[in-house]
Design a binder for this molecule. Structure first.
Ligand code: C5P
Length: 315
């Protein structure tokens, strides 16, 4: 049943993700890369507020003026798609985004905002689309978006949209996350470079892809994520992006020097990088001891816990 209450509002939290594992298996017939990943939600999050309007327009405002609020923004695209799939072309919404996840960072901030829009507007507009339908809409909009909807710890295969949930986190692990605010990396560029430099080594056969997927499903460090057998962290895009982007090299070096860090890696297509810690306190203590070095290197830093869920409807 569609709600006609104008001026009604809902709020949604849209958390960022990191990649604990990003393995490029090969190239797909659709031109995308076949991937085997472990994605993990973190507490660093954007906040979105959706207010219904009577004028049938979809408008977006944001506290970060560097972000496009036009039709190329995944929030606007998600709102348009949801309205198109409903029987109600007159639906309108004013969306307010508080941007906390850095842009162009490899943290899926844009995808998470898009996923939050599907959840927020399904509730605000009373559309009653099922979780399964929302997942299909999410996959149409972006490879990372189904993960952002579900969140927590997930195996992600295919383009990244095929999810297999992992057991719930057993430890309160946390990360120190850094990004140079003046640097962003284009995801198509990173995958294009990977293909250029490593394409000759890509696997070709579905049976070889499946063998790699099964090896990841069987990995001891995933059963469940825990401190005594921490994730080894692997990101195949790091190999190709780091030599081209100095900020990634500096980030990885400073993070590996943090006392108590279990492992370090770049997230997604970068340039953000993170170090994994046994808990929030040890991450915070390590960062406090060396924050000055990060600041001098021009890096913004965050300390944030791993999170057990994706986007969340708050009210
Ligand atoms: O799906 P999404 O819009 O996030 O993908 C952005 C770009 O990243 C794609 O256009 C493609 O160039 C690259 N990509 C890829 N293989 C994937 C996911 C993304 O090559 N599995």
């Amino acid at each position: 049943m569609r709600s006609d209450a104008l001026g009604h509002s809902v709020s949604v939290t849209a958390p960022a993700k990191i990649n604990l594992h990003l393995e490029v298996l090969g190239l797909r017939p659709d031109g995308f890369h076949e991937l085997a990943m472990v994605m993990q939600s973190i507490e660093l999050a954007d906040q979105l507020q959706f207010t219904s309007t009577a004028d049938g327009t979809i408008s977006l405002g944001c506290d970060d003026s560097s972000l496009s609020t036009a039709g190329d923004n995944l929030i606007v695209r998600a709102a348009q798609l949801l309205r198109d799939r409903s029987a109600f072309p007159e639906l309108g919404v004013a969306i307010d985004l508080q941007k906390r996840i850095p842009i162009g960072a490899g943290l899926a901030g844009g995808s998470s905002d898009g996923a939050a829009t599907l959840v927020g507007l399904n509730a605000l507009w009373g559309l009653d689309f099922s979780q399964h339908q929302l997942e299909d809409f999410a996959a149409e909009l972006g490879s990372d978006m189904p993960f952002c909807l579900a969140g927590g710890s997930q195996l992600c295969f295919g383009r990244g949209e095929r999810l297999e949930p992992l057991p719930a986190l057993k430890a309160p692990m946390a990360v120190v996350l850094v990004k140079d605010p003046s640097v962003s990396v284009s995801t198509p560029w990173a995958y294009g470079l990977c293909r250029e430099l490593s394409g000759s080594r890509y696997l070709q056969q579905e049976c070889d892809f499946e063998q790699r997927r099964q090896a990841l499903r069987d990995a001891s460090w995933l059963k469940p994520l825990r401190v005594d057998d921490p994730p080894p962290l692997r990101n195949d895009l790091q190999e190709v992006v780091a030599p081209e982007v100095a900020a990634v090299q500096v980030s990885l070096k400073l993070l590996s020097d943090l006392p108590g860090s279990l492992a370090v890696a770049m997230s997604g297509s970068g340039p953000s990088c993170f170090a994994l810690f046994a808990d929030f306190d040890s991450a915070q203590t390590a960062l406090a001891s060396q924050r000055q070095l990060f600041t001098e290197a021009g890096l913004t830093s965050w300390c944030t816990a791993l999170r057990a869920q994706g986007v969340k409807l708050e009210q």
